[in-house]
Design a binder for this molecule. Structure first.
Ligand SMILES: *Cc1c(COP(=O)(O)O)cnc(C)c1O
Length: 489
């Protein structure tokens, strides 16, 4: 948000001073006020341009050209009332107003922004903290590769924020999962149980090790892997369970832990979509043997591309560090390799962005929660849209706001296409793994729950730059499209 101060123009100002103010806020308009901050008029960049063309000087007083009867709104007016005011004005005059001064008893307190050419991307990060400063430090100090202070500091921020003894950063989330599986010794002949509803990287990471993934169904109410289905699919070859905390939700970890304990299995947590979520006061990623994170551009925290593995086990920590770094022996001779490793290191530049993001982690989580609440308010009366159940033991987070379309009279494809026409970028859920040609041989039985959730699930735009007004507009568009489809079918 641009500060209201960047809009205020003194009543004695001349056009050049008004132009400076308008330039500083980048919104094309200024508010002319007296010494008590009372709004006297508005002046747009177009007003100034037309005045100059008609012979005014840049030294002419603003008072001569400002609009003395501007459209204003009061602080207690709702988003809906403000939008109605703008629409009414447009119908009457043909002029679209995008910035409305907000006043209390004539004094200006804020502004209401109604973006023209509104577009809602599915996800966009906010990089307005120390991201640029830290990145510049990498360039200025020449530490752009995988050595440098930010890699350690970013790992440390995970250790501190999530109470994990060890953190190993990687170049992306997919290799974090592969590194975890490799460090656990998972390989040919082993089976790893995985849910059908996840992003393909989860299963690919298992396949890279030569092990066999076993795709199972999910829970109806949480959309996460079903402990019951895990039990049904255990065999003498089962070596691990991949617990994917999907769409901000948390798996039923007590059940999964007890299955793992009884059968001597490892647990890899895929936390790519649930950073900061908790199961009974423990952060996801610290419950199983290794927890893996992703920092892709649309994830909760981003480093452009990036990943992290958390563990409490010092040997796994050592093993992951070694495998990440070409399998190079960490104490014997230099350039002596005693295992076949990888180059999965994160760069100092990625970590610089990540550290700056982690400094803002509570604001990021709060903003995401606020976005989700605004959706819930806007869609409260939409009977054909439901969310995941909230469980008392599982503290979910908001990644991409996720809903299920519950009416089979409404085509998801049509719903998505109609919202796209309105500039709202919504996405279907992941295609279930067990139905894709390259993976279906790994599913011993059908996964009807995953199929139904995947068929009906949608992600709504969850960009950190959204204002409440933006989400109001998105939810209004969603309701309009639902009504349109309902009445036409
Ligand atoms: C994003 C994601 C990954 C992969 O992370 P990348 O950083 O994109 O490699 C893995 N699993 C899940 C569930 C994801 O959403």
């Amino acid at each position: 948000m641009t500060s209201i101060k960047n809009f205020l123009i003194n009543e004695d100002a001349v056009l050049s001073q008004a132009m400076e103010k308008i330039d500083s806020n980048g919104k094309g308009i200024g508010f002319v006020v007296n010494a008590s901050n009372n709004l006297l008029g508005t002046i747009t960049d177009g007003d100034v341009r037309r005045a100059i063309l008609s012979g005014k000087k840049i030294s002419s007083p603003v008072d001569e050209i400002m609009n003395k009867t501007p459209l204003v709104t009061q602080q207690n007016q709702s988003i809906e009332e403000c939008i109605n005011l703008i629409n009414k004005h447009q119908n009457e005059t043909g002029i679209t107003i995008s910035i409305l001064p907000i006043t209390i008893n004539g004094a200006i307190v804020d502004y209401f922004e109604y973006k023209t050419n509104f577009h809602a991307p599915i996800a966009s990060p906010v990089l307005s903290g120390n991201e640029l400063k830290y990145l510049s430090e990498c360039i200025h100090t020449n530490w752009i590769s995988s050595q440098g202070r930010f890699v350690k500091d970013f790992e440390q921020s995970f250790i501190e924020n999530y109470s994990s003894p060890y953190a190993v950063s990687t170049m992306n989330g997919t290799v974090a999962l592969h590194l975890a599986a490799s460090a656990l010794g998972i390989g040919p002949g082993d089976e790893v149980i995985i849910p059908s509803l996840t992003f393909a990287a989860s299963i690919n990471a298992i396949l890279y090790t030569g092990a066999t993934p076993i795709i199972v169904d999910i829970e109806e109410d949480s959309w996460c892997i079903s402990p019951e289905e895990i039990c049904k699919n255990l065999s003498s070859k089962t070596k691990a369970i991949m617990a994917v905390h999907i769409y901000g939700q948390v798996c039923e970890m007590d059940d999964i832990l007890s299955i793992a304990k009884k059968n001597n299995l490892f647990i890899i947590e895929d936390c790519a979509e649930s950073q900061g979520a908790k199961y009974k006061n423990n952060f996801v990623g610290t419950i199983g043997d290794i927890g893996c994170f992703s920092f892709f551009g649309n994830k909760i925290v981003t480093t452009g591309e990036g990943g992290m593995c958390l563990t409490k086990n010092s040997q796994l920590n050592e093993k992951m560090r070694k495998l990440r770094d070409h399998g190079m022996s960490r104490d014997a001779r230099l350039y002596y390799h005693d295992v076949i490793g990888f180059n999965y290191r994160m760069t100092n530049m990625q970590a610089a962005v990540g550290l700056a993001q982690m400094e803002q982690i509570s604001q990021i989580q709060n903003k995401r929660n606020r976005i989700e609440r605004q959706y819930q308010l806007g869609l409260a009366e939409s009977s054909n849209l439901i969310q995941q159940i909230k469980f008392p033991n599982r503290e979910k987070v908001c990644w991409l706001v996720s809903y299920l379309l519950t009416s089979n009279k409404i085509s998801r494809q049509e719903f998505i296409a109609k919202l796209k026409e309105k500039g709202i970028d919504i996405r279907p859920f992941f295609f279930p793994l067990h139905l894709m040609d390259i993976y279906k041989k790994f599913a011993p039985s059908s996964c009807p729950v995953a199929e139904s959730i995947a068929n009906n699930g949608i992600n709504f735009p969850t960009s950190l730059s959204f204002s409440d007004v933006d989400i109001y507009r998105i939810t209004s568009a969603i309701k309009d499209v639902l009504n349109e489809i309902r009445t036409s079918s």
